[in-house]
Design a protein around this ligand. Structure first.
Ligand SMILES: O=S(=O)(c1ccc(O)cc1O)N1Cc2ccccc2C1
Length: 402
């Protein structure tokens, strides 16, 4: 029998999920950070965080029961319910220093509670794969849901990090040596982050393969010729994407050329600033993959491999396990950019990260719970409205025509 708590929770979820999340641009995050008014931030967050939590929690309820019944998914759902309840407790609080401090403590507790959500959900997908046959519709729902679920999580953690970095007890009144506004660097030096990600991926590559490809780096500023390319961005998001791409590129090169005597082909990176886009292109000559496989790299179901044995975790494989590429693409899309792969089977792969050059155009991209999103979970797979040759080849056709 649902307790009074669950009945009340469900009512509050219905209430807050009626509102659409309010996307903020990097420029708004930055301007707000400069004025840094804790009361305004509290007033905004005690409504916006429950709205974003309720929107995604209503979507969890639409998932196939086979998935929502998995122990790991039940655990994640429970984390979300607790965090939602703890934050709406501030709904009518008076704005006193004590309330503000307790709110900060609550945000830190929520962030810690949810630190393992990505791998716990991946565990849930694994439990589903191991316990039920997964049909195409379920696969589509999982792909659609996890992109939205992880994007929602990125956005909630961004709001929490900004508030705790600007107003948390450990930063109150202290100077701001880095000039960063929360987790935003107003003058993020792109080439610097590329070099950091390369050096760290190279260190792992050297440990595992006793060698690593060199880096050829080009910087092309088509707006201010010769000037270093700087962007208002979240360095940790950019680093996450680059580190993932370097690991994949290095693994490809080492496994494609590993035993060859002649030198390893370098990884070529071009950082380019245009009027509207800033992009980072990473090219490897690691042999590439067939076009038919490229989509799989962004597929959660395919990417959910059995966890590597914990015992030899010191030999972390460079790539291949986990959700590195799908999550990296979400980080790029979060501020209206993108991440895409163009592979040339037999030669190598180009990975592109696109970012908005102007911070007022870099708006958060947020999933919205509404009829359209709900409909997706009920949609039947589209009928086959293109005729394509069968894979049996000519013999099959000739027999049919004969
Ligand atoms: O699929 S890939 O073309 C590839 C995918 C993503 C990326 O960022 C870079 C890449 O190069 N590539 C990954 C990999 C791993 C082991 C052996 C061979 C290959 C080929």
């Amino acid at each position: 029998r649902p307790t009074q708590f669950l009945r009340n929770l469900s009512k509050m979820l219905d209430f807050y999920s009626q509102f659409n999340p309010s996307p903020l641009s990097i420029k708004q995050f930055m301007d707000f950070g400069y004025q840094a008014c804790e009361r305004k931030s509290f007033t905004f967050l005690r409504k916006e965080l429950p709205v974003r939590l309720a929107n995604i929690m209503k979507e969890i309820a639409l998932l196939p029961e086979n998935l929502t019944r998995m122990p790991s998914v039940v655990l994640v759902t429970d984390w979300y319910a607790r965090s939602f309840s703890e934050i709406i407790a501030f709904e009518r609080s008076d704005i006193s220093p004590t309330t503000l401090d307790r709110f900060c403590e609550t945000l830190v507790r929520v962030r810690n509670r949810h630190s393992d959500v990505v791998q716990t959900m991946a565990q849930g997908v694994m439990e589903l794969k191991e316990s039920h046959p997964v049909d195409q519709q379920t696969d589509n729902s999982i792909q659609y849901f996890l992109d939205r679920f992880y994007m929602s999580r990125i956005s909630i953690r961004m709001l929490i990090n900004q508030h705790t970095l600007l107003f948390g007890s450990d930063v109150k009144g202290s100077e701001n040596p880095t000039g960063h506004i929360g987790c935003i660097d107003p003058q993020c030096d792109l080439v610097g982050v590329v070099k950091d990600a390369y050096e760290n991926a190279r260190f792992i590559c050297d440990q595992y393969y006793l060698a690593s490809p060199d880096l050829r780096l080009k910087e092309i500023n088509d707006v201010e010729h010769g000037a270093p390319i700087r962007i208002v961005y979240v360095p940790s998001h950019l680093y996450h994407m680059l580190f993932e791409l370097f690991k994949n590129a290095m693994r490809a090169v080492m496994e494609h050329h590993g035993d060859a005597e002649e030198g390893l082909p370098p990884i070529e990176v071009v950082v380019c600033r245009g009027k509207e886009d800033i992009c980072v292109k990473m090219s490897d000559r690691g042999g590439g993959i067939p076009r038919s496989s490229t989509d799989m790299l962004f597929h959660y179901m395919y990417s959910t491999a059995p966890q590597p044995p914990k015992s030899d975790s010191h030999t972390v494989p460079l790539a291949g396990y986990g959700y590195g590429l799908p999550i990296s693409r979400l980080y790029a899309r979060y501020f209206h950019g993108d991440l895409s792969l163009m592979s040339c089977d037999g030669f190598g792969t180009d990975a592109m990260i696109y970012m908005k050059a102007l911070s007022n155009e870099a708006n958060e991209l947020l999933p919205v719970f509404n009829k359209a999103s709900s409909k997706f979970y009920r949609t039947v797979i589209p009928t086959n409205d293109w005729s394509h040759g069968s894979s049996l080849g000519v013999r099959h056709l000739t027999t049919r025509n004969a």
